[in-house]
Design a protein around this ligand. Structure first.
Ligand code: NAD
Length: 351
């Protein structure tokens, strides 16, 4: 067996339908008494219900979390944290809300309880992306990792089908890149395949019936596993391209992952054939085409053009992606990446 290093990330995971009821218990276990509750404006009603449930344990609600964690918003939330004399944060929502909680914790080391309602997986990674003056910077620091994660699949029933599908594909992308990561190991590969299996099984059911409780549980379980892979090993070309398209061209996070995944798989699948082999059971031997058809059948967006980036921006996107690349199993170069982006822009099959 090839020697390897596996570092597990400490976190307490509480999983199960109805587990939102345990938030107060988890606060008590952390020794916290006054939480600043975080949400996006869209999820303010859910956050208010949780605030009511927590009673005196909720010091206040900040419901202005937005995508890409702008520093100005973090500063406003920090001011509330201090004004309310909070001693922990509770983030109820997707990656945007989790990001805000992490940004606060990175500044004041406060304990975090995260209650994820999408499949982004940020809650189990030590990674924080923050935007200032329109530029997104990413850091990795153990202090950013949330102490407690409460997965309650009932909170995902309201996640629209289209967002559920793209968010699920975003999760799968973490695990797929984890399978061929330079620092992969047998444990992260095991977790990655199980995460993809759970999402491959559950997303088609959710597309038909978003209130199917078994499928919602499976999908959230899969998202946790895929997020765990993201938090454990390095990501490659796919994440680099998505970070470029999101950070420099403001494309939506999960949708961008959904569009790009078949194309980045087409680039890497032959050099990483052995590592990706377990996925043939789900998507067939041509993984790139298999994922393309799987995503298309579920109604995911399939072209960058549909996400709003102009053809004229592709040269610059390719330049940025190759200028400071992440390690990738197959070397990359500008002309080939520009061609890959062109195919993704047009929405053509990756074959
Ligand atoms: P999001 O958190 O922005 O959520 C998208 C929208 O869906 C929001 O309006 C939100 O309020 C709404 N929503 C979320 N859950 C819902 C539910 N159950 N019912 C109804 N509406 C719901 O999107 P996301 O894709 O989860 O997160 C994207 C952000 O997370 C990006 O900024 C990305 O960079 C970051 N991210 C970070 C990491 C990391 O490890 N640091 C990992 C993944 C994503």
């Amino acid at each position: 067996m090839t020697p390897f290093i596996y570092t597990s990330r400490p976190a307490r995971i509480r999983f199960g339908a109805g587990s939102l009821q345990f938030v107060a218990e988890e606060m008590d276990a952390l020794g916290c008494r006054r939480a600043l509750l975080l949400s996006t404006p869209d999820q303010q009603d859910d956050a208010q219900r949780l605030a009511h449930q927590l009673g005196e344990r909720c010091a206040g609600l900040f419901s202005r979390a937005v995508m890409h964690t702008p520093v100005e918003v973090t500063e406003q939330a920090l001011a509330c944290f201090e004004q309310y004399q909070a001693d922990c944060v509770i983030a109820l929502g997707g990656g945007s809300t989790t990001g805000l909680g992490k940004a606060i914790a990175w500044r004041n080391n406060t304990p975090q309880i995260v209650i994820p309602t999408t499949y982004a997986g940020s809650e189990v990674t030590p990674v924080l992306g923050q935007t200032s003056n329109g530029i997104k910077h990413t850091l990795s620091d153990p202090s950013v990792l949330p102490e407690v994660v409460i997965y309650d699949p009932e909170l995902t029933f309201s996640l629209p089908v289209s967002v559920s599908i793209t968010s699920g594909l975003n999760a799968m992308a973490h695990a797929i890149e984890g399978l061929y990561a330079r620092d992969r190991n047998p444990v992260t590969s095991l977790i990655a395949v199980e995460g993809i299996r759970a999402l491959h099984q559950s997303l088609p059911v959710i597309a038909r019936d978003p209130a199917d409780s078994q499928a919602r549980s499976q999908a959230l379980y899969g998202a946790w596993l895929c997020g765990t892979v993201l938090g454990s090993v390095g990501m490659a070309l796919h994440h680099k391209l998505c970070h470029t398209l999101g950070g420099s061209f403001n494309l939506p996070h999960a949708q961008t992952h959904a569009v790009m995944l078949p194309h980045t798989l087409a680039w890497n699948q032959h050099v990483a054939a052995r590592e990706l082999q377990p996925l043939a059971a789900f998507f067939g031997d041509d993984l790139a085409c298999g994922v393309f058809y799987f995503a298309g059948k579920l109604g995911a967006p399939q072209s960058l053009q549909a996400l709003g980036i102009g053809k004229d921006d592709l040269d610059q996107a390719a330049d940025i992606a190759v200028s400071n690349p992440y390690w990738n199993p197959r070397p990359i170069e500008q002309t080939a990446i520009r061609a890959l982006l062109q195919r993704a822009w047009s929405g053509h099959s990756p074959a």
